[in-house]
Each structure stands twice: as C-alpha cells, then as structure tokens.
Write a protein of this length. Structure first.
Length: 265
C-alpha cells in the first residue's frame, strides 16, 4: 500500500503562473487527514511561493528544495540536510557569469543574491541581496537564465567542460522561451535527497508515489514505488512513468490523490 506522495511543485501542483487551485489545496489537506503523507521535491528555494503553498496545504513533512540540495522542516525552516557547491567552484562560476553579463541568481539560506539585487523574473517575492555581499561557502544552487535554447546550451557546455566533476547542470524550459540552467553540487539530486528522507521518515521506497513533469524529476522517479507523469510533462518523463495523469491545468494531481485513496493504485 502506498503511504506517501512526493510531488514536484512547478508544473505539477502549480501552473507556470504559480496559481495554486483551492481544489488542489483542499484535496491535499484531505489526503493528509486520511493518514497519508504528502510532501514536495522542488527546484525552488523554500521561502516565497513554495512556503506559502506549503502553509495553505498544511504540509508538515520535510520539503526537498533546490533540486535536492537541501531538505527543510516547514514550521521551523530548519535545514536538516544539505549538499553545497565547493567555494572555489562557485566563486569562479560567479565571476565568469558577471563578466559575461548573464542574468543569474545565487540561492543561499534565506536570500537570493543577484547583480545589483534586482529581483527580475526569477522569484519576485524572495529576499534579495547584492551579489557583492555574498560569501562563497554553503551555496546550494546557482540559477542562470537564458532567452534561447542555443544560449542555454552554450552556458551548459561551458559549465560541463570546466567543472564536470564538481557540479551537476540541468536545463529546464520555463515559459515564453526562457530557459533555466540549474547548477548544484555534483552530489545533488532529488534521488539522493529522497534516500535521506526515506530513512528520516521511516518510509520504504515501495510506499512512495512520485509525481512530476520535467527532466529533474527523472531522479525523483528512481526512488519511488509508483511513478506518475503529468499530462504536461516532457516526453522523456512520460516514457518511464507507470501512469500519465491529467495536466496541471486540469488539476491532474487531484486524480492521483483520489486513485490512492480509492485503492486504484
């Protein structure tokens, strides 16, 4: 029997406009009242839209954030697990990004650091600091924006060719032809974070249903007993899923929760 759902956030629980449906909120709350566990594995930092959504859905279980670089307790905001980019690596990447005038954001603890602390379109409701104030230690994630796939591939190739054994690099398609290049420590993935979470919460892999929509959810699927792709998911994820539910616009996660409660899966 499945005891827990570990779900992606963007494109799974909320759409690209970050709209959280009241119906989804109600269903997640009810799911937990039945005694099931619901938690999230996201590429985002915790503060801002993710924290607001977690509070609305009354989720108390640990949340995997920043692609698996950290796990945080929602109520206390205490980080119970962390894997960070080596300081000399993050310093060199940041210097090169500034030199090339790329739009990028460094996530660390409760802040997002950027050039001149301009919020831009990364996450307007987060706490921003100027990049000049950043210390290079304990950085879980660097996010770089590109306005074309060609530029995103160029940045990815630079990162891999210079820091291949130090970092992991993932390219995700956002909206309006904008691409996000996520940079984490080589030790980071949703899979490794889930390994920790399984032990922490006394779960078994085969008690977990994983739900996602993008490439960074492939590692999420590796540590789940049942794998579900959203209707809006990339084809690569759909091809390895046990089931494809409705899209995020059709609130496909509600169908999944009902299937678990009714014992269909």
């Amino acid at each position: 029997m499945y005891r827990a759902i570990i779900s992606d956030f963007d494109g799974t629980i909320v759409d690209h406009n970050l709209v959280l449906s009241p119906s989804v909120v109600a269903k997640v709350v009810d799911f937990q009242k039945y005694g099931f566990i619901f938690t999230i594995a996201s590429g985002r930092g915790f503060l801002g839209d993710l924290a607001d959504a977690v509070a609305k859905m009354k989720i108390l279980s640990p949340i995997i954030i920043r692609n698996g670089a950290e796990i945080v307790l929602p109520e206390s905001k205490k980080v119970i697990y962390g894997k960070y980019i080596k300081p000399q690596v993050s310093s060199k990447i940041i210097q090169d990004l500034i030199k090339e005038e790329y739009e990028f954001y460094v996530e660390k603890a409760d802040y997002t650091y950027s050039v001149e602390a301009k919020p831009g379109i990364h996450a307007p409701n987060e706490n921003y600091k100027d990049i000049k104030l950043l210390e290079a230690s304990d950085i879980p994630k660097i996010l770089i924006k590109a306005d074309s796939l060609t530029k995103a591939d160029k940045i990815k190739n630079y990162l891999i060719s210079n820091f291949n054994e130090q970092i992991s690099v993932k390219v995700n398609s956002l909206k309006d032809n904008i691409y996000a290049i996520d940079v984490n420590s080589i030790e980071v993935s949703k899979a490794t974070a889930i390994e920790f979470l399984i032990d922490y919460m006394n779960l078994d892999k085969y008690e977990i249903v994983a739900i996602g929509d993008n490439m960074n959810d492939i590692s999420l699927f590796e540590h789940a007993g049942y794998k579900i792709a959203m209707g809006n998911a990339v084809d690569e994820l759909k091809s390895i899923a046990d089931f494809v539910t409705d899209s995020v616009d059709e609130q496909g996660i509600i169908k999944v929760i009902d299937m678990i409660i009714d014992g269909i899966i």
